[in-house]
Structure formats: C-alpha cells, structure tokens
Design a protein around this ligand. Sequence first.
Ligand SMILES: [Zn+2]
Length: 310
Amino acid sequence: MCLHSRAGESKITESEYRTTKAGFAGEEKVIQFLVEARLSKETRIFRNVFIDGTQVDIVVVNPRFVCILEVKNMTGELFFSVHNKQFYRLNGEGKKEGMRNPELQLQRAVKVLQRRLHSKEVDVRVRGIIVLASRSGIVVEAPHLFPVIPIDALTDLLEKMESSSKELFNSEDLKIMRKLMKGNRVKVEDSQLFERLNLDGRKLRCGVRCTECFHIGMVRTYSTWLCERCGYRDKDAHLATLQEYQLLFGREISSKELKWWLGIEDRFLSLRILNHAHESYQFGPKNRVYILKFEPYRLERFLVSEMRKR
Ligand SMILES: [Zn+2]
C-alpha cells in the first residue's frame, strides 16, 4: 500500500506486490523474534546480503554460530518433495501451487557464504534454518537438508544453538565476517525490492506524509511539519513516514538514506530525528547504520484508509 501510493505511474502487478509485501512482512516478524532472543551481546543481524549474486534474507552472526534464515511467509499445506526437489503448497481451496524451493535456495546461500568465508580463511560452518513466518503455513512433507520451524520456535532454537555450540570464534574471524556482511548489504538505491518490482528507487515519491489527509510532502516549519494541502500540523509526522520506510526497505537506515526518504537536506535535523527514531546502531562512527524503532501503530490510520480504498 505504501508502495502503491508512492510509486506514482510505475506499474506493479497485484501478485508481484503481494509476494514482495508478504516477504518483507515475514522478515520483519522474524527480526522481532530475534530481538527478543537472549543471545550474546556480540550477535549481529544482517539483512539482504548479496554474495556472489545470491541473495541472503537474514544472516545471524553470533560468536558461536553463523546461521542463515530463509524466511517464508506462506499459508496452506507445504510440501518439500524429496524425489523431484519440487516445492509446492496446497492453498485453501486445495489447489496445488508450485513455487521456488526454499530448501534449494537456502542450500545455495549456505554454500556461497561458506565458500566466501573459506576464501578469507575463516573456518566456520554455516548453518541454515527455514523459518515459517505465518502460523497458517503447515509443513506436511519436511525438507531434508535443513530444519523448518514455525517462527515461535526461533528464539529457543537460536538460544540452544548458542549454548550447545562447541565453537567459539576468535575476534579476528568475527570482524572479517561482519565486514563481509556489511560490505555486501544492499543499498537503498539498488535494493532487491526495486529489482523485483522493476522499479527505480529514485522514482519513488519521497517526503513526509500528512498524518491527517495522507498527502505526501509536508513541509518543515517552526519545528513541526505542515501539510500544504490540508493545513494540518504534526511534529511527529516523520515518525510514521519512517515506519513506511521500514515496510519497504527494512529497519536499517543511514543518515543519508533518511535525508533522501524524508526529503530533507539539513544534516543536523536528520541527526536529531535519528536520535529519537533509532533503537540501536551498528558499525563504526564513519558509516553508522541505525536500526529504526518498530512502531507499526504509527501507520495504522493510513493503512486502514488505504485498505478501504481497495
Ligand atoms: Zn494533510
């Protein structure tokens, strides 16, 4: 919905949009569970990492394990067929639907990351888990190479992985791994979302959305935001617009990306906003990446109004 109203004339088919949106919502849910897990403080979570042309949804780098999470937000009965390596689901009407096999996707991702780490002389076994983000997805035939778990079991499994692991990576290896993930993170401009949707990031309509009439392009004036269409003032309007950002791109944002998204140029204003809107940040002071607070309620009114339109 956010994307529809921001994409202007660009064409997005309903099904493309739904698949992408579901994928992002699923990853978002997984991140929430990861935040709740009682893992070492040294744990880092990376999203949308591209390694040798292969996309990795989420990588958890813990001092005792490295694990790729393949997130699926699917409903219905799911079958990972062993014989022909096919994956399909039975939807609500009992119709069979073939889909890209998450097990093979994950196998590929694990292999690629493993190989890359070896080339950097980091001797670490990469693990993988398929996470079902929707409680209405039920596995009838399980995969063979990796565990598939419901999202509710994720925190427990990761905590167990940490406590039962016999490995403990040295700080040098950890540093190399983090640097690798960080360096291969997808930037906003060429995000995989745009790629999938055939959209150019720069064509998206940026700017703060009015929280009253939902028009995009509030103006900053006297420490508040003013809607030029309806005259509404809201000093927190940018916080809802940042929730839209999360829905489209995930929770990580740099100061540069924030300025682009909110349509502001003032560096000090952007830092002030980030100070309020972030929950934590990662990496050195030179290229800091902020993790936005997850506050979906800020978007509720807008989403409800969009849903009524459709
Ligand atoms: Zn307005």
